[in-house]
Design a protein. Structure first.
Length: 107
């Protein structure tokens, strides 16, 4: 199987911030990541993300794009200035809702 060819990697110690103003989303992603051995911290605003990035070195930042105040794109740029080695992943929360609406309207 192809998975057997991959090198063994340990997620232990990988610090991830999960940032979204929707607490349920941030908490859900952080819970899943923590369950799988990562050290994930749910945060609920760009301001919280920046404050934590000044204190803790993160390996990865998962950011919701649509947040009040500073959006996820601007937050990601700011975080990369603070922590150049931190990887940033952005997601748009309402893609599923938009697809669902488009499918409903096509009937």
């Amino acid at each position: 199987m192809w998975q057997e060819k991959l090198p063994e990697r340990s997620s232990a110690g990988t610090k991830i911030m999960v940032v979204d103003d929707e607490r349920l989303i941030a908490d859900m992603f952080a819970t899943i990541l923590n369950y799988n051995g990562y050290r994930a911290l749910p945060l609920y605003s760009a301001r919280d993300a920046v404050q934590h990035a000044k204190l803790i070195r993160f390996d990865l930042a998962l950011l919701g794009v649509r947040m009040p105040g500073m959006n996820g794109v601007r937050t990601g740029i700011f975080l990369r200035r603070l922590q150049p080695r931190c990887k940033v992943v952005l997601w748009v929360e309402d893609i599923v809702a938009a697809d669902q609406k488009r499918c409903t309207n096509s009937k």
